[in-house]
Structures are given as structure tokens and as C-alpha cells.
Design a protein around this ligand. Structure first.
Ligand code: UDX
Ligand code: ADP
Length: 475
């Protein structure tokens, strides 16, 4: 396939990865028709909604890109077969959650949706296609996809590329437009493989400088994605481990992070201590890495990476337990307001969010949780909590009272916990919030975004991650 032959792209999966990525490709490549297909009819209807505030995912800058390209060369559709048939290049952006059953349960990626999509492509394709794996996948998935496609035996030539996603939610559009690199894994050893890689390179070269488009073999590309996320998550767990030590010694974790991060060999990013990392990728990718290592007999390597997750679980539990201990060893029937539920600011995504684990832990101790999040719906919060299967849906309903107003959420609360670093929380009328709370008014800042001195002057008793002047003066 010639690189300049791509006129129609199809993307299977209209989620957090497929949606924004295709929107940007369509915006930057006006001569290519980009069709995003999904089995979820509601999702497609939402992508097609005239009211751009109703797009199914919230990302700063996304609606402007969709407004420009939708209807011109960007289409959202449930006509999956048609989309596959028309395209020379097909992206697979379906979800790959951690398996919840059978072999590899709780560790391995569930490739059910990937396999179903590959089988669909194999069944309906009538001419040669380039298949681009975009979902986060374990190493060697390309091989599985190839085996499915090659074994349908209808003589069609499929080239499989790995093109891992490096966008972070909340900054997806910016990351897509100005990413550090684009990685394309493929088969250098055949002219068809090289041509497929070049074809995808041409798509990105519409806006990415060519020196940032890296071509590697498929396995390196797949493993690079897992490794990049493992390294990033490891930094967060490392600083969170130090935060626990800071609280016992009187050191300030933000000062330590700044001092460490100014060493140019370490660098300043991803050293912000928090209540724990969340999101759809970090935990899943590390579990994948651990699972692969164990399957290959690399026990020490598996144990090494697993510790990053163990530390993250510890951080979430530590935060919740500190609330219980501070509130005189019980939160039974106490009102705890949560500011934030999303796994980070500027997204409505809640996958693996620390908020649901902290809520779950506190509800075990019979707390009443009143969360407010500017972008997450009530329905989503209940789904998150119910998904953990700790207690009945009825009991969750009795303990979780989702609020639409932060002042109402915090009124008569015994404590406030900040779970997401939304900017708007900083500018709230904290004096008003204090006046309306039960006293003593406790505040647990799981993101260290608020001015603790100012809040203490108002009268709050403030707990921050990785800081504790109290400890120093009392020992
Ligand atoms: C991540 C990777 O950054 C991205 O390259 C990949 O494509 C997908 O996975 P994402 O999960 O969307 O992106 O967000 P990210 O900004 O990495 O944050 C992940 C979690 O770590 C969030 O819960 C965030 O709050 C937390 N975090 C991040 C910290 O607690 N401290 C930090 O310093 C950085
Ligand atoms: P991600 O963060 O990886 O984008 P999402 O869950 O946000 O994950 O999106 C994945 C999308 O893929 C969902 O909208 C889901 O409906 C869609 N999907 C899953 N399987 C298929 C399939 N076989 N055909 C079409 N779409 C699919």
C-alpha cells in the first residue's frame, strides 16, 4: 500500500482514546475521511449531538476540534461493517480492562473486545488493510491479531502496526498536537510492512515533526508503552512512599520533591504526592507487565513492578485510615464531604479513581459520604462504588449522597476530603464553608492544592499529604 493512498480511516471504539485521537487526525488531515464506529449506540448519538457540551467525554479543547471537523471529514457511526469495508487503515481503540474472570483474573488484560473486533474485520474486509492497534495492549497482542486475521483465509493482506497511545486525559488534545513522540511499531523486514509504517507516518507528519515519529519493531513498540506507564506510575509511588516518611519526620514532601526534581537527571515531573494514582492505564499496564513477567518465569522482575501497585493501595488506605483516626477513631454516621471524584482534574473519567476506594473504606466504617465533582455524574459515582462489590447497592445508596453544589456538600460536614485537584476548589469561599461545618472542622487535602496556612487561620484543622508540623512539635 502506498503511503499517500490513505483516504479513509476507520476507528473501532469511540472512547477516551479513539474519540480525541480521531478528532485530531480529521482536523489535521482534511483530505482523509475519518469514521469512528462503536457498538454503543448512545455513545455515538452523544458524539453526534449538536450540543457540543453533550459529547460523551470531557477534554479541554475537544469540542472546538470536533466542531471544526465533524460532518466535514469526521463521522461517528454505528455502521461498523461499512466503516471497516470503506477504510484502507483501521485503528483498534476498544477497551482492554483487566480480566475479572478465569485465567489471569485481576492481572491480565481482557482481550475479548480486541479479538471480537479483529474477527469482525476478518469477516467483512474485501481488500487489503492496515490494522493499527491503539488500545493499550500486552506485549505480543499484534501476533494474536495477526493470527486471527491471517487464518480467515480469504486472501486479503493485513499489515498489523502497533501505535501506542501516550495522551494523558485532561491534556489529551494538547498531547496529541504537541506530543513528545509518536511510536509506530511494524515489520521492517518486508516491503509491505515498511510501506504500512510509512503510510501511518505520513498521517502523523501532517502536523508532527518527522524526527518525533519513531519507527520500531512491533514488540519494542508494545513494550515501550507498558514501560513508559510503569516508569511514570513508579515515580508517583516513590514520592508517595516518601510522603509517609515525611509525615513521621516533619519533612515536607513538596519541598523534597522540588529539591529532588531540580536534579536534571531526575527531572521535576510526576513527583506530586497525592492520595494515590488512578486512571485506566497505570494499574492495568503494570498488572500486565507483572503478569507477563510471571508467565515467563521472571519472578523478581514481577515482584519489583508489583510493588508500585502495593504502594499505591497503601497510600489510598492510609489516607482513609487517617481520616478515621483523626475523627476520634470513628466516622460512623458522620458526614464526610468529598471534593472531587474524577481520577485527576479536567476529565470526567473515574476509572480506578482513588476517590472510590477511599469512599469504600470509609463506608465500611459507616460514614456518610457526600461527594461533589464538577464533571462526574451521580450515576457514574454509584456505578463505581457498586462495581467494587463490597456491599449491596441498597447499602451504597444509603451511604453515598451525591451533591450538585459544593457548599451544600460541605454544610454540617464533620470533615472535608479533597480527592481531585480541580482548580475551582482553590477559589471557594472557605470562610463560608468553615462557618457552616461542624466543629472542629477537619480538612484532608489529598492533593495538597489548598493554602493550609490560610485555612488554619480560618480555624480548620488541616491534614496534607506528606506534611506534619504537628508530629514535630509533639515528639
Ligand atoms: C497516563 C500516561 O500519562 C499517558 O502517557 C498514557 O497514554 C495513559 O496513562 P493518564 O492516566 O490519563 O495518562 O493521566 P496521568 O496524568 O498520567 O495521571 C495518572 C494518575 O497519576 C492520576 O490519578 C494523577 O492524579 C496521578 N498523578 C500524576 C499523581 O498523583 N502525581 C503526579 O505527579 C502525576
Ligand atoms: P479507552 O480509554 O481505551 O478509549 P473506552 O472504554 O473509553 O476505552 O472506549 C472503548 C470503546 O470501544 C467503548 O465505547 C466500547 O463501546 C467500544 N467497543 C468495544 N468493543 C467494541 C467492538 N467490538 N466494536 C465496536 N466498538 C467496541
Amino acid at each position: 500500500m502506498k503511503s499517500n493512498n490513505i483516504r479513509n480511516i476507520c476507528c473501532i471504539g469511540a472512547g477516551y482514546v479513539g474519540g480525541p485521537t480521531m478528532a485530531v487526525i480529521a482536523q489535521k488531515c482534511p483530505e482523509i475521511n475519518v469514521t469512528v464506529v462503536d457498538i454503543n449506540e448512545q455513545r455515538i448519538a452523544d458524539w453526534n449531538d449538536e450540543d457540543l457540551d453533550k459529547l460523551p467525554i470531557y477534554e479541554p479543547g475537544l469540542k472546538e476540534v470536533v466542531a471544526e471537523a465533524r460532518g466535514r471529514n469526521l463521522f461517528f457511526s454505528t455502521e461498523i461493517d461499512q466503516g471497516i469495508r470503506d477504510a484502507e487503515m483501521i485503528f483498534m481503540s476498544v477497551n482492554t480492562p483487566t480480566k475479572t474472570y478465569g485465567k489471569g483474573k485481576g492481572m491480565a488484560a481482557d482481550l475479548k473486545f480486541v479479538e471480537l473486533s479483529a474477527r469482525r474485520i476478518a469477516e467483512v474486509a474485501t481488500d487489503d488493510k492496515i490494522i493499527v492497534e491503539k488500545s493499550t495492549l500486552p506485549v505480543r497482542t499484534a501476533e494474536a491479531i495477526r493470527s486471527i486475521l491471517d487464518n480467515v483465509g480469504n486472501g486479503i493482506n493485513f499489515q498489523i502496526l502497533s501505535n501506542p497511545e501516550f495522551l494523558a486525559e485532561g491534556t489529551a488534545i494538547n498531547d496529541l498536537l504537541y506530543g513528545d513522540r509518536v511510536l509506530i511499531g511494524g515489520d521492517h523486514s518486508t516491503p509491505e510492512g515498511q510501506a504500512a509504517m510509512d503510510a501511518l507516518t505520513e498521517v502523523y507528519a501532517h502536523w508532527m515533526p518527522r524526527e518525533r515519529i519513531l519507527q520500531t519493531n512491533v514488540w519494542s513498540s508494545e513494550l515501550s508503552k507498558l514501560t513508559a506507564n510503569a516508569f511514570l506510575a513508579q515515580r508517583v509511588s516513590s514520592i508517595n512512599a516518601i510522603s509517609a516518611l515525611c509525615e513521621k519526620t516533619g519533612a515536607d514532601v513538596d519541598e523534597v520533591a522540588r529539591a529532588v526534581g531540580t536534579d536534571s537527571r531526575v527531572g521535576p515531573k510526576f513527583l506530586k504526592s497525592s492520595v494515590g494514582f488512578g486512571g485506566s492505564c497505570f494499574q492495568k499496564d503494570i498488572l500486565n507487565l507483572v503478569y507477563i513477567c510471571r508467565s515467563l518465569g521472571l519472578e523478581e522482575v514481577a515482584d519489583y513492578w508489583e510493588q508500585v501497585i502495593i504502594m499505591n493501595d497503601y497510600q489510598k488506605r492510609r489516607f482513609a485510615e487517617n481520616i478515621i483516626t483523626t475523627l476520634y477513631n470513628t466516622v460512623s454516621d458522620k458526614k464526610i464531604a468529598f471534593l472531587g471524584w474524577a481520577f485527576k482534574k479536567d476529565t470526567n473519567d473515574t476509572r480506578e479513581t482513588a476517590a472510590m476506594y477511599v469512599a469504600d473504606h470509609l463506608i465500611e466504617d459507616h460514614a456518610n459520604i457526600h461527594p461533589y465533582d464538577p464533571k462526574v455524574t451521580e450515576k457514574q459515582m454509584y456505578e463505581d462504588l457498586n462495581h467494587l462489590n463490597t456491599r449491596s447497592e441498597e447499602e451504597n445508596k444509603g451511604r453515598l449522597k451525591v451533591e450538585e453544589d459544593p457548599y451544600k456538600a460541605t454544610k454540617k460536614a464533620h470533615a472535608i476530603a479533597i480527592l481531585t485537584e480541580w482548580d475551582q476548589f482553590i477559589d471557594y469561599d472557605w470562610q463560608r464553608i468553615y462557618n457552616n461545618m461542624k466543629k472542629p472542622a477537619f480538612l484532608f487535602d489529598g492533593r495538597n492544592i489548598l493554602d493550609a496556612n490560610k485555612l488554619s487561620k480560618i480555624g480548620f484543622i488541616v491534614y496534607q499529604i506528606g506534611k506534619s508540623d504537628k508530629v514535630v512539635s509533639s515528639t
